[in-house]
Design a protein around this ligand. Structure first.
Ligand code: COA
Length: 267
């Protein structure tokens, strides 16, 4: 199968190396989301696939999150409740959950910024390996007047606990690889030069193991964390609710003007 925004490299030992290539920022555009869905479909019937690696073709960005530019240029009314961003969020939630429930290990190889939906995608993977010094990872949505709407509120809380997740989400914290490793948001920080080689070695070690057992363990681990479905539904409703607050209009305008948003009421 061929994809518009993904390059697929089938390596030895059943490793499917997926490189995201959606310039300029690997934003989660409709094209990329459609390709992810087709990829999941392809992988779910491919018995030779043992481990999936998600990587990026962009030098300093893994994935920059929801396609903010596409939203604005698409004429979407960010203050209106029928915003296309809300639809995009629901689409992303479903799609990322399919990576989280894929019955083989999935590894994110994070070479640069993994912000907003980029962080949410990485958290839907089983492992995160990140290069130091090229970019930051974090849920940045609140700085735009939005909330994480692709599973981030659920997955970060499960990964890090409520106290840390609240702090990182409310302050839209962007962490470097060392900070992210220290709190367990990523599994391993590497140098930029060794990221690919270390990710491949890690994926090979997984691929040499009993990947079917890992898939079944994944199903049970997901259940141990409690059902995510209800949380995702509440997150989707809360995400839609942001469009009734007027804050996304301020946050998104500031982003494109390259300014810090000021959400204080006008005097
Ligand atoms: N959606 C669409 N386009 C995006 C984007 C996004 N999420 N993030 C970046 N871009 C675009 C920029 O508008 C810019 O386009 P231009 O060259 O046409 O002006 C291009 O990608 C490069 O981004 P730029 O900001 O100039 O690069 P940078 O190296 O200074 O910073 C980031 C890179 C990723 C740190 C920065 O773009 C950023 O913070 N993006 C938003 C991340 C975010 O909060 N995502 C959550 C969305 S809910």
């Amino acid at each position: 199968m061929s994809y518009e925004t993904l390059n697929i490299d089938r390596k030895d030992k059943g490793i499917v190396w997926v490189t995201i290539n959606n310039p300029p920022a690997n934003a989660l555009s409709d094209n990329l989301m459609n390709d992810f869905e087709r990829l999941i479909e392809e992988l779910s019937t491919d018995k030779s696939a043992r481990v999936v690696v998600l990587a990026s073709a962009n030098e300093k960005i893994f994935v920059a999150g929801a396609d903010l530019k596409g939203m604005i240029s698409g004429g979407s009314n960010v203050a209106g409740k029928d915003s296309a961003i809300a639809a995009q969020s629901g689409h992303m939630q479903k799609c990322f959950d399919q990576f989280a429930t894929l019955p083989i290990p999935v590894v994110a190889s994070i070479n640069g910024h993994a912000l907003g939906g980029g962080c949410e995608l990485a958290m839907a993977c089983d492992f995160r390996i990140m290069a130091q010094g090229r970019g930051k990872i974090g849920l940045t949505e609140v700085s735009l007047g939005l909330i994480p709407g692709a599973g981030g509120t659920q997955r970060m809380t499960r990964l890090l606990g409520r106290a840390k997740a609240t702090e990182l989400i409310f302050f839209s914290k962007r962490l470097d690889a060392e900070e992210a490793e220290a709190i367990g948001l990523i599994n391993k920080a590497t140098t930029p030069e060794t990221l690919e080689e270390e990710t491949l070695a890690f994926a090979e070690e997984l691929a040499e193991g009993a990947v079917r057992a890992m898939g079944l363990a994944k199903e049970a681990i997901n259940a141990a964390e409690g059902s995510i479905e209800e949380g995702l539904e509440i997150e989707a409703k809360a995400f839609e609710g942001t469009f009734k607050t007027g804050e996304p209009g301020i946050g998104l305008a500031a982003f494109f003007q390259r300014k810090k948003a000021n959400f204080l009421p006008k005097k």
